[in-house]
Design a protein around this ligand. Structure first.
Ligand code: UD1
Ligand code: UDP
Length: 391
């Protein structure tokens, strides 16, 4: 039996973190699978950090990033580059991840070549076309082109069923971010970065902050940063650690509002290993990130989400995540509440793991092997009873 060729396509930091466990797992079956890794490099330094950590050497690197790139730039460059790669490699299936413009371009390029698509982290929805923008539509459009939907949770599966996707094309796997997190967080970890070596010393409470969403650029971010300034002015036992995204539009507002303020540590994006360990040592997380909403609950950290909508309702239902938007007074009030109301803090700081058990990548790869006739039965799905059907 000849091996199947499985091509993974990704381009940004979060896709790389969440695809790395899948790339590693694909490499464990050399007789059954020929893996090919193609990165668009929609992100450059932030992607390279992750490739380095997980020791992934892409077969193709399209190197498309430009400063201040538009959605048109990313889509067109990725499509042209992927066309060449697909013509050359002719994979059996292309795996894309999540909701970025690389994700959608990867699925569309595979479709134009009439190649099967597997969507990792399928089925997340806010049901708002422009929130998050353009991620909600990237997910829906990718879903329309997908043959195998790897839904992280039962909620994501139900979203797909509600859109008419056949049950036999959906597999609940857990989210691969939990695989990556479990391989990375370690109680003994020591920060090499001098700015972080002394964080939390003297009983200081660390608030970890990240922001990058396109819909929050400008005034919404400004309001959040002003609220944070008010918090450090009022609470002298609080320090803010803020690894600032590389986007110049984010960096301008951050330095205008938070530059030079005592107990506000502004740093470049961290490598995944220090970042994941920093979550574990923080008191509260404020973020508009998708991935961090999944990681922090599993480390028992309360998360205030700086957005009006989320496609990740599971941790909200569990009580560890709260959607608060970006209004200055609301951000101040919700942060202050967690700093002063210990009952509320402890209620939100209960560790919960609705997103995965660390075995998602294994389930994804075994499902592919089974669908291509290389395994006799599918793996047990995440949070589901053992399967009874054989193919
Ligand atoms: C992208 C994704 C978003 C994802 C986010 C993760 C799209 C449309 N957006 O948003 O879904 O949540 O990544 O972080 O797919 N830059 C660098 N170096 C880097 C990375 C970025 O300099 O390593 C700068 C560049 O100037 C670039 C800008 O950041 O033009 C914006 O990058 P882009 O990928 O367009 O948008 P993100 O906001 O990062
Ligand atoms: N992350 C990181 N370094 C940082 C900030 C975030 O490694 O300085 C990781 C984080 O742990 C998570 C992922 O990047 O796994 C989230 O990426 P981001 O917030 O950029 O994108 P999103 O998840 O919103 O698409």
């Amino acid at each position: 039996m000849s091996p199947i060729k499985v091509m993974t396509v990704f381009g940004t930091r979060p896709e790389a973190i969440k695809m790395a466990p899948v790339v590693i797992e694909l490499g464990k079956y050399p007789e059954l699978i020929t893996p090919v890794v193609a990165v668009t490099a929609q992100h450059r330094e932030m992607l390279d950090q992750v490739l380095h950590l997980f020791r992934i050497q892409p077969h193709y690197d399209l190197d498309i990033m430009s400063q201040g790139q538009t959605l048109f730039d990313i889509t067109c460059r990725a499509m042209h580059g992927l066309n060449e790669v697909l013509m050359r490699e002719r994979p059996d299936i292309v795996l894309v991840h999540g909701d970025t413009t690389t994700t959608f371009a990867g699925a569309l390029a595979a479709f134009y070549h009439q190649t099967a698509v597997g969507h990792v982290e399928a089925g997340l929805r806010t049901h708002h076309k422009y929130s998050p923008f353009p991620e909600e539509m990237n997910r829906k459009l990718t879903g329309a082109l997908t043959d195998l939907h790897f839904a992280p949770t039962a909620t994501a599966r139900d979203n797909l069923l509600g859109e008419g996707v056949g049950a036999d094309a959906i597999f609940v796997t857990g989210n691969t971010v939990i695989d990556a997190l479990m391989a990375t967080v370690n109680k003994e970890y020591r920060f090499a970065d001098g700015a972080l070596a002394g964080i939390g010393e003297g009983g200081r409470r660390v608030i970890l902050v990240t922001t990058h969403r396109r819909e929050n650029l400008g005034e919404p971010m400004r309001q959040v940063y002003q609220a944070l300034r008010d918090i450090v002015a009022r609470y002298d036992d609080v320090e803010i650690v803020f690894p600032v995204h590389k986007n110049p539009l984010v960096r301008q507002v951050v330095s205008a509002e938070l530059g030079g303020i005592e107990r506000v540590i502004l740093i470049d994006p961290l490598d995944y290993q220090p970042f994941a360990n920093l979550i574990a040592r923080s008191h509260i997380v404020l973020t508009d990130s998708g991935g961090i909403q999944e990681e922090a609950p599993s480390l028992g950290k309360p998360v205030l989400v700086l957005r009006d909508t989320t496609e990740r309702p599971e941790a909200i239902a569990a009580g560890t995540v709260k959607l608060i938007g970006t209004d200055r007074e609301r951000v101040y009030a919700e942060t202050e509440r967690l700093l002063t109301d210990s009952a509320e803090y402890h209620r939100m700081a209960t560790a919960c793991n609705p997103y995965g058990d660390g075995k998602a990548a294994g389930r994804i790869v075994e499902t592919i092997l089974w669908r291509y006739g290389l395994l006799n039965s599918p793996p047990q799905q995440f949070g589901c009873p053992a399967p009874t059907t054989e193919k």
